[in-house]
Ligand binder design. Structure first.
Ligand code: GLU
Length: 499
């Protein structure tokens, strides 16, 4: 049973969502998908979207992460109303700059007798843990709760005193009713001895202070939810809606895609030539769809179709082939000019260094390239296969490769083919320079090709232009190379045949 509470809530309160990454390394696709869902829900409801930096674990912090997070989100065109670079009604949106706020709430809990200083040393805690292990019982700190804890002066961790040990039950927007036994509740740390709050404490204070109405996050937080509920209760505050997102699975549909097993630095996708709108489209669809058969959608269409009710429970697959397909579909929607600029920006260095390289030709071959690539870096494969060189420089020819594999030519085949190609040149000469396009070339060559045998004309014509067994058709190539170069290359073939 999914609850409808949030739908009613929606009419009352401004929807506020947040993405709350920890700056502990490169952002990967799972994180961005979480950000996208939170952002979509806020934008869909004309609410607010917050980017909050959860940097309270100083040991795990990796420098440069905040910058990377901002760049990644901006790349997929997410925008935030408040964030590390945009202070707002809640002050700073970087947790390390909000320590006095956590302290204030901690003091309140201490005053109410709901939090206490943890007097134990590491060694003492370890011995409690060992004992539980020996007794094959789960370790619960609350079984060792000190009777007369010292006054909390900040040098010891501060723990929540859970007064009401009970089973927990709650409703999750996507998962429905969830429950956990009393063993899920324990006196957890609110403030560490280094003065920083734990995630468990800080996020609850922040979500409250920032007016967050919906928490989108991964399923790994379900296990800690009973503790969060106990803290909301201790603080006497209302909890936001929990929207647990489905895990992202690898291509085999089983393994969770983790930072370590394949999920790469998100910005790498931009370097590979994926379009931000394609990426947004792709990620939004891992775990959600609009409920009809649309698969290629713009940002605006996704915002208007998005609904947290339709987020699925089961894992969504990360399928790079699907990403490629979506990217290709978005590439096709670009204007000619945009496509040309895209292709120019991804042309491999080796091609740019060819003697005859020029952007005019790149513009002409853009439609051909667009048909063959799914993303910019696929042009590297075209380059490695020598599928781009012949547009800029004359190819090397193999004399015998000039013959069609089912050639009908008999007798002195070299002389005959040379004569055919001379005739082709003669025909091409009749086209005016300004009319030399693929339609015209086809129209004028076709009857002759039909007359002597199609393959025996079209194959050597095409091969003369590209020097490749596989390439676009000869009419297309003629137009790109132009009349003069087309005839020049045919003449090279002729002299090769006459050798
Ligand atoms: N800082 C937490 C993380 O990066 C965020 C979890 C949440 O969204 O509450 O995993």
């Amino acid at each position: 049973m999914k609850n409808n509470f949030y739908m009613e809530e929606k009419n009352k309160k401004e929807i506020v969502t947040r993405f709350a990454p920890s700056p502990t390394g490169f952002l990967h696709i799972g994180g961005v998908r979480t950000a996208i869902y939170a952002w979509l829900w806020a934008r869909k409801n004309n609410g607010k979207f917050i980017l909050r930096i959860e940097d309270t674990d100083k040991e795990r912090e990796v420098s440069g992460s905040i910058d990377h997070i901002i760049k990644s989100l901006k790349w997929v065109r997410l925008d935030w109303d408040y964030g590390p670079d945009k202070e707002g009604p809640a002050g700073s949106y970087i947790q390390s700059k909000r320590l006095d706020i956590y302290k204030k709430y901690a003091d309140q809990l201490v005053a109410k007798g709901l939090a206490y200083a943890d007097p134990y040393t590491e060694e003492e805690l370890e011995s409690f843990r060992k004992k539980s292990e020996e007794e094959k019982k789960p370790f619960l700190y609350r079984n060792h709760r000190p009777e007369n804890p010292p006054v909390w002066d900040g040098t010891k961790p501060l723990r929540l005193k859970i007064t009401n040990i009970k089973n927990s039950e709650w409703c999750d927007v996507t998962r429905g009713n969830l429950k956990a036994g009393a063993e899920a509740l324990d006196d957890f740390i609110l403030i560490k001895s280094d003065g920083y709050p734990t995630y468990n404490f800080a996020h609850i204070i922040d979500d409250y202070e920032m007016g967050v109405t919906h928490i989108m996050r991964a399923d790994e937080f379900i296990a800690s939810t009973p503790k969060f509920l106990a803290l909301y209760e201790a603080l006497g505050i209302e909890r936001p809606e929990f929207v647990t997102l489905p895990p992202i699975l690898g291509k085999d549909g089983k393994k969770k895609l983790g930072k370590r097993d394949g999920a790469k630095d998100f910005l790498e996708y931009s370097k590979d030539g994926y379009l931000p709108e394609a990426m947004l489209n792709f990620l939004a669809f891992i775990g959600w769809n609009p409920g009809d058969n649309r698969e290629i959608m713009t940002k605006e269409e996704i915002i208007s179709a998005f609904d947290v009710k339709q987020i699925q429970i089961s894992g969504g697959m990360f399928n790079e082939e699907k990403l490629d397909w979506i990217n290709h579909e978005h590439l096709k929607k670009m204007s000619d000019k945009e496509q040309q600029n895209y292709v120019i920006s991804f042309i491999p260095e080796r091609i740019k260094n060819l003697a005859g390289y020029n952007e005019e030709i790149v513009r002409k071959i853009t439609p051909i390239i667009m048909e063959r690539i799914k993303k910019g870096i696929d042009m590297n494969i075209m380059s490695e296969n020598k599928d781009l060189d012949y547009y800029f420089v004359r190819p090397d020819y193999e004399r015998d490769s000039l013959f069609f594999k089912s050639s009908k030519i008999e007798g002195d085949k070299y002389t005959t083919l040379a004569q055919y190609l001379e005739k082709v040149i003669e025909i091409l000469q009749t086209i005016n320079d300004d009319e030399f396009n693929k339609e015209k070339v086809k129209e004028i060559i076709w009857p002759y090709a039909e007359e002597v045998g199609r393959g025996d004309i079209l194959w050597p014509l095409r091969y003369s232009l590209s020097g490749m067994d596989k390439s676009p058709d000869p009419f297309c190539l003629s137009e790109i190379l132009g009349k003069e170069e087309t005839i020049n290359r045919l003449n090279i073939s002729i002299s090769l045949l006459k050798k």
